[in-house]
Design a protein around this ligand. Structure first.
Ligand code: NI
Length: 170
């Protein structure tokens, strides 16, 4: 278990499409997920995708539990999703401020679908299926975007709503 180095925007690896995991129960996947949680917590993130620590695999983790970077966010249980897939349940867009550990210190207003269903595999290989809305749905869409090489500024519609979190009037 270790805190890994986070790749920052500008690193070409963050723009690549990640590969599916063949065996979700492989020990190296369990070790990767341990490192992902350690790294996410060390930086007070609410989510992390494997490409952010230089592993081009379709694995995301997320959790919102009294997070200092998102003090007003609703709680989201700690979740591992291997080979995740998203189905949009409500195409209405919600606009809210997002950050990303690969863009330290920055925030941008990003449109996301308001309600989704997501599926994937858990660490033990069992299927996960869930519906989510609001901030929970936003995190899953943000992390799944990382698996396709998409960083949140690429989703933004108004670049005036982008800046440093210590300066923006949020
Ligand atoms: Ni991110």
């Amino acid at each position: 278990m270790s805190v890994r180095k986070l790749l920052k925007m500008g690193d070409a690896r963050l723009l690549q499409r990640a590969k599916p995991v063949c065996d979700a129960t492989a020990p190296e996947i369990a070790a990767l997920i341990d490192d992902m949680f350690d790294t996410m917590r060390a930086y007070s993130g609410v989510g992390l995708a494997a490409p952010q620590i230089g592993e081009g695999l379709r694995v995301i983790v997320f959790a919102v539990q009294d997070n200092p970077r998102y003090p007003d966010a609703p709680q989201v249980p700690q979740t591992v999703l291997i080979n995740p897939q998203i189905t949009v349940l409500d195409e209405r867009l919600e606009y809210a401020w997002e950050g990303c550990l690969s863009l330290p210190g920055l925030r941008g207003e990003v449109p996301r679908f308001s309600r989704i269903a997501y599926s994937g595999l858990a660490l033990d290989g069992s299927p996960i299926e869930c519906e989510a809305e609001g901030f929970h749905a936003r995190i899953v869409q943000h992390e799944c975007d990382h698996l396709d090489g998409v960083l949140y500024p690429l989703r933004m519609q108004d670049m005036r709503r982008f800046g440093f979190e210590d300066t923006l009037a949020l």
